[in-house]
Design a protein around this ligand. Structure first.
Ligand code: NAD
Length: 436
């Protein structure tokens, strides 16, 4: 049968698809990082193409009955970057800014993170473009269950394992577990991680990412021959990652002198009482107004002198305009993508900041998610102490690998981490070969 478009038209449509993803600034940033590392690794054209672009881009519409009886239609996405090294692993995000390009970028970063940590996973990410703050619990439950049903052909403990991300939590994971298990006819806890403990979640999962940020910040202080006790830290964000990072740093005897959230920032050069702040934040839902500190300009806070600066909130907060002014010795990237490529070039040229890149620094979360999945598959539960010890062992190994690789090759620690990860993924692809 005659094809109405012809071969040339199809080739052009492939380019349009690539351009569509690259239009998203977060995907463009991930792609730029990939190209730089692919050049460094001298990847073949074939592996470059196969490692850069996602394997599966799944978009579904999710009709949701609102409490007032009306129906709203939401677009939900799931990107499975690669399944070469195992099922994909990654969060599910509910946020008004979710789009396919951003989800694809986050899936690519997850792919690198899993490879760097030597977890038997590819990377995935998902999201629904919605405003969860303006939805009732019942509406969120209906949306989550319908999205799960739409995803059932594409997910499973050996295919795609979701976890909480922005706007989702352990309750969301419980609804996904229930919907998937009802469909399967038996409880399938390994379908998601970050579940409640009563549904075979893992001890230590909630604090894992923040704990990892603090643990690696202390490893970096050791590398620089700086004492951990008494060193100073500034933490942007006081959510899951930031609050646990700050609490663990304080437990090491570090002084957390600045903390911010979406509403503002607070400052105490003697060290903020982080435990008291957590109690205050639970009651007031913000760090602003905490009696044990003074208010400070949130943007200015990032460039104040300190030993450790830990951005644990948003992407692209260290950029061309503030990278030159940073006065930290260590940049511990708790958030995903907090440093733009332009800021990276400035930091590289300065050469006086020890960067713990995001795919290493915040890998504690996915590592304990992996532990949760392993426990679920084995129908076995580890203690919190076992989990944290195993986490620290893996983080320490990857940290040493990244620092050593960067030194041997005279490259930045970000490029080193990405190079180790992309080479691991590319080697697996090359070893499996290409079907057919
Ligand atoms: P969260 O929603 O629990 O907390 C986000 C925090 O950032 C809140 O305190 C919020 O007030 C604050 N914030 C928002 N806008 C801000 C602004 N403009 N200035 C200062 N603070 C601001 O989210 P989270 O789970 O802590 O995730 C934070 C980051 O870490 C994200 O980039 C996420 O992708 C990444 N991350 C999270 C995990 C995890 O296990 N939760 C794992 C890896 C990476």
């Amino acid at each position: 049968m005659q094809n109405p478009h012809g071969v040339r038209e199809f080739l052009r449509l492939n380019d349009i698809m690539r351009d569509e993803l690259l239009k998203n600034p977060v995907f463009a940033m991930a792609a730029e990082q990939f190209d730089k590392v692919a050049d460094f690794l001298d990847l073949s054209d074939e592996l470059r193409e196969r490692c850069k672009w996602p394997k599966r881009l799944i978009t579904v519409t999710v009709p949701v009955r609102r409490d007032d009886g009306s129906t709203e239609l939401y677009f939900g996405h799931r990107v499975q970057h690669h399944l070469t090294r195992g099922p994909v692993k990654g969060g599910l995000r509910y946020h008004p800014a979710v789009d396919l390009g951003e989800v694809a970028a986050l899936a690519m970063w997850m792919n690198w993170k899993c490879a760097l940590m030597d977890l038997p996973y590819g990377g995935g990410k998902g999201g629904i473009c919605c405003d969860p703050r303006n939805m009732s619990i019942a509406e969120l439950e209906r949306m989550t269950r319908r999205f799960t049903m739409e995803m059932i052909p594409f997910i499973g403990p050996e295919t795609d394992v979701m976890a909480p991300d922005m706007g989702t939590n352990e309750q969301t994971m419980a609804w996904i577990t229930d919907t998937y298990s009802t469909h399967a006819g038996h409880l399938e806890p390994a379908i998601v991680t970050g579940k409640p403990l009563t549904l075979q979640g893992s001890a230590g999962r909630t604090q894992a990412t923040g704990h990892g940020v603090a643990f690696l910040a202390s490893s970096a202080l050791n590398k620089l021959d700086l004492p951990v006790r008494g060193s100073t830290a500034i933490v942007q964000g006081f959510g899951n990652v930031g609050s646990h990072a700050a609490q663990t740093m304080a437990s090491y005897g570090m002084k957390v002198i600045g903390i911010s959230d979406v509403n503002g920032a607070i400052w105490n050069p003697e060290g903020i009482d982080v435990k008291a702040l957590k109690a205050y934040e639970i009651e007031h839902r913000t760090v602003v107004g905490f009696p044990g500190a003074e208010p400070v300009d949130p943007a200015k806070m990032l460039t104040e002198p300190c030993d450790v600066l830990a951005p644990c909130a948003l992407d692209r907060v260290i950029h061309g305009d503030n990278a030159g002014q940073l006065q930290c010795k260590i940049l511990a990237e708790g958030a995903n993508g907090p440093t733009t490529p332009e800021a990276d070039r400035i930091i590289d040229a300065r050469g006086d900041i020890f960067v713990i890149p995001d795919i290493l620094c915040n890998a504690g979360g996915v590592t304990v998610s992996y532990f949760e999945w392993v426990q679920n598959l084995q129908r076995f539960q580890w203690t919190e102490r076992e989990v944290i010890t195993k986490l620290e062992t893996r983080l320490h190994a990857s940290f040493e690998k990244v620092v050593g690789f960067a030194q041997r090759n005279n490259i930045s620690q970000r490029t080193a981490a990405q190079a180790i990860a992309i080479k691991t993924a590319a080697d697996a692809k090359a070893a499996r070969g290409m079907f057919p």
